[in-house]
Design a protein around this ligand. Structure first.
Ligand code: SF4
Ligand code: SF4
Length: 367
């Protein structure tokens, strides 16, 4: 990997130069407490120190609402309406959000590529920046707190600038075209990078092993947490829309008043809404709020075979933006037994161990 240094005094010039590569979007403070990715005109509006945006970067690739095609019944024809997508630069993604996109890639690109998602992924340049966790972050437990790939450039904060990792040929070209803005990395920079990473590691609130969580969730279907917390849930769907890896959508046809033409669109859906599991014949696969609540926890903690990670990247949005004050991470810790152990102490201590040890042992299998 190539490493260069961007001195602090060149940061805004660098952001200006990024506009040569497409429309620039970056985290911007939109109210006292909230940040969001917005198109940036004045680069001094870019926020470098934020914990999470309201909407994750998925909104640039998997649009909240998207027209798929227009149709005419009388002519028995349809016309695809995929827009001309302009190149764009998405600046300021944290590692967890980069992993969020990598997870969406496995869904929307790997087996049956989704052309609407694909064209935007091809047009988007990704630039990451380092961050310091707050009490809602648990990406360290999900192993998504440091991105090895999935970005064109990644900026790590130094006291006097940024240590930049170059991740792709596009990243090389951006650096090469603006080489006068960069310097070589010095020994002091490496020490500052190490120091930042050590401080970041210590700043995480949780330091425990969640390797067995997905099995325990399946085993603990009768745990009182489910009923109790599902009763608090307002079924608003905020946790889905703000999640960087939630990807469900619904499709509907919108007829025009002429009774002949219309268009088909897709829009984000939420598994917390009653309509999500409703099918023809008025059958609902998840008729109760508890069914839907449990489904989200099981889905987010299931295993992405391609990446070897869970579908939750630990960004903390679903807790931070939940109007009912439901803490996803604390509920998971209840299931793990780290908050209210229900097994004898020597067994409770076993629970946080990584991997198959606990379940394989319970089945009497060799490890
Ligand atoms: S954000 Fe909170 S209240 Fe809304 S659906 Fe999710 S868990 Fe329920
Ligand atoms: S489940 Fe919650 S913490 Fe995990 S990635 Fe989604 S919003 Fe973030």
């Amino acid at each position: 990997m190539r490493y260069v240094k961007l001195p602090k005094e060149n940061t805004y010039m660098f952001l200006e130069r990024l506009k040569d590569w497409g429309d620039l979007y970056a985290p911007v403070k939109i109210s006292e407490k909230f940040y969001d990715f917005r198109e940036v005109d004045d680069v001094r509006d870019v926020e470098f120190h934020y914990n999470r945006t309201i909407m994750p970067p998925k909104k640039f690739f998997f649009l909240p609402r998207e027209k798929l095609f227009e149709f005419s019944i009388s002519k028995a024809e349809y016309r695809e309406t995929i827009e001309d997508v302009k190149p764009f630069v998405l600046f300021g993604l944290h590692a967890c959000d980069i992993f969020g996109l990598k997870i969406l890639d496995t869904v929307y690109l790997d087996e049956f590529p989704d052309k609407y998602y694909k064209v935007r992924r091809e047009k988007g340049i990704i630039i990451g920046i380092s961050c310091m966790p707050d009490e809602y972050c648990f990406c360290n437990l999900r192993e998504t707190d440091f991105a090895d790939d999935g970005f064109d450039l990644f900026l790590h904060e130094l006291p006097d600038g940024w240590l930049v990792r170059v991740g792709t040929p596009v990243g090389h070209r951006i650096v090469d075209k603006n080489i006068k803005l960069f310097e070589e990395v010095t020994t002091e920079d490496i020490c500052a990078f190490r120091s930042f990473e050590n401080k970041r590691e210590k700043a995480f609130k949780y330091h425990e092993d969640w390797g067995n969580l997905r099995y325990l969730l399946e085993l603990e279907m009768e745990h009182p947490m489910w009923e109790e917390q599902a009763n608090l849930c307002l079924a608003c769907g905020n946790c889905n829309t703000t999640c960087p890896t939630c990807r469900c959508y619904e499709v509907r046809d919108v007829p025009n008043l002429d009774g002949d033409t219309g268009y088909r669109e897709r829009r984000w859906d939420s598994c917390q809404l009653r309509s999500h599991g409703l099918v023809a014949g008025n059958h609902n696969f998840r008729p109760t709020k508890k069914d839907r609540f449990m489904n989200r926890y099981l889905c987010k903690n299931s295993y992405n075979e391609t990446l070897g990670l869970s579908f939750c990247v630990g960004c903390g949005r679903c807790t931070y933006f939940c109007p009912a004050g439901i803490s996803f991470v604390e509920n998971l810790r209840r299931i793990l037994g780290t908050k209210e152990p229900k097994c004898p102490p020597e067994i409770s201590e076993e629970i946080p161990k990584r991997g198959f040890a606990y379940t394989a042992d319970a089945r009497g299998e060799d490890l």
